[in-house]
Design a protein around this ligand. Structure first.
Ligand code: UDP
Length: 411
């Protein structure tokens, strides 16, 4: 596998070759530029999703725009994780309008990026949207950002401005997220520190909106669902829910986490370990080989969103390198250990539910045993004081889109 540095080098070369000499990339799109795109008929917003978390976090926006009299949406499944996107959208009663062919297995990240960028560019050229929306820090988000830039379309980035303290950690997510900021004209920040990060990097303040995280919108809907609350199950205090999918935790690190989980199962034999295994063979092969036959482990396919969150709500402990799960765990009241050396969601650490733990066998076991013994904290309410907002991010985004695409365009 090429190193992160070599992959970044090839992506960087590619950006230098293709970027036009325009100096306005850091500024919000001017009203005139929008006006020039025409004011007749509904404005078209092209929304691109390539992975499950993108669907979970874009669904509230797509739904808030449904039946909007002046803004219409085209929802694109990029093909990165085509099936997961199809299934997750269906959970939110949504279907993509355009589904690209599944992303072929290419030798490295920059080849996959080139492929997706070309495909998405063709979609944008065909749909001629007034605005492209991408979410987060995935290959799809970065490729969508590049494709929007290639075609001269305005770009909005949802969940903009999260930063770790190292550009290649985690790789490639951190790098993608930072680069996307260079191509976007609207930056929807999920928390205050994200606003500060963007402004410190030179993004115009007027181009940044603090809206909260749309993932909390989806979580709030789940928690408020009266049907689910009717048969609210007891807290199953003997389950540890585990997920692992970050590139930094492939191969050797996956083995270390498996060793730690085996030790934990030996120390606390009453625990059941529920492990939805990510399809990527670089992480799943190790997990299945090491844990597949162990009687304490239930290795399952990735779970539907609502099922996963239900398990997360009832678990005694979650061990996960996920970003989204860090946002969710405090509101579910479930402690989370994150086997990573840093996080772009530092607000989560301050809640008392989320703790970073180095990828070290002894450290993970010790942290897990300590956490399991500690008294359980009350779940953090989803309200205006919550780090990622009160679950109304999508409405705030739609209101900003209306201002940008409708009011200002007519000004
Ligand atoms: N999730 C899910 N099924 C699973 C594992 C996670 O629906 O089997 C949800 C989880 O609730 C969260 C999101 O997927 O909303 C996190 O996605 P992931 O960990 O894949 O990506 P990241 O957030 O790290 O980008």
């Amino acid at each position: 596998m090429p190193s992160a540095e070599r992959l970044v080098e090839s992506l960087r070369r590619d950006e230098t070759r293709a970027s036009p000499a325009r100096g306005d990339r850091f500024h919000p799109l001017s009203a005139n530029a929008l006006h020039a795109r025409g004011c007749d008929g509904p404005k078209v917003i092209l929304i691109i999703a390539g992975t499950r978390p993108e669907c979970i976090k874009l669904a509230p926006i797509v739904r808030a725009l449904t039946d909007h009299p002046e803004l219409s949406t085209v929802l694109v499944n990029s093909g990165q994780h085509a099936l997961a996107v199809r299934e997750t959208l269906a959970e939110f009663a949504l279907r993509s309008d355009i589904e690209l062919a599944p992303l072929p297995c290419l030798p490295h990240l920059s080849a996959s990026h080139q492929h997706l960028r070309v495909e998405l560019r063709a979609v944008i050229q065909r749909c001629k949207p007034n605005l492209v929306i991408i979410q987060g820090d995935t290959l799809t988000a970065y490729s969508g950002a590049r494709a929007a830039h290639d075609t001269g379309r305005a770009l909005a980035h949802v969940e903009a401005g999260l930063r770790t303290d190292a550009i290649l950690e985690p790789f490639p997510e951190e790098w993608f997220r930072r680069r996307i900021a260079r191509f976007a004209q609207m930056h929807f920040a999920p928390c205050r520190s994200a606003v500060e990060n963007l402004v410190a990097e030179g993004v115009a303040e007027s181009a940044v909106q603090h809206v909260g995280n749309t993932g909390i919108d989806s979580l709030r809907e789940f928690l408020d669902d009266p049907e689910r609350n009717q048969h609210r199950a007891r807290r199953a205090s003997a389950t540890v829910l585990v997920t692992l999918h970050r590139r930094g935790n492939y191969d050797r690190n996956a083995s270390i986490v498996c060793d730690a989980l085996i030790d934990l199962a030996a120390a606390r034999p009453e625990l059941r370990m529920l492990f939805p295994v990510h399809p990527n063979p670089q992480v799943s092969a190790t997990i299945r080989r090491r844990l597949g036959e162990h009687p304490s482990f239930d290795l399952v396919e990735p779970l539907p969103y609502r099922e996963f969150v239900e398990h997360a709500l009832h678990a005694a402990l979650i061990i996960s390198d996920s970003g989204g799960v860090q946002e969710e765990a405090p509101h579910l009241g479930t402690p989370l250990l994150v086997p990573r050396c840093n996080t772009e969601r530092r607000e989560c650490l301050a809640t008392g539910f989320v703790r970073l733990v180095s990828v070290d066998r002894t450290a993970i076991v010790r942290a897990a045993l300590d956490t399991l013994q500690a008294p359980r904290l009350r779940a953090l309410p989803i309200d205006d004081d919550a780090p990622f907002g009160a679950g109304r991010a999508a409405l705030m985004i739609v209101s900003a889109l209306e201002t940008m695409l409708l009011e200002r365009a007519y000004a």
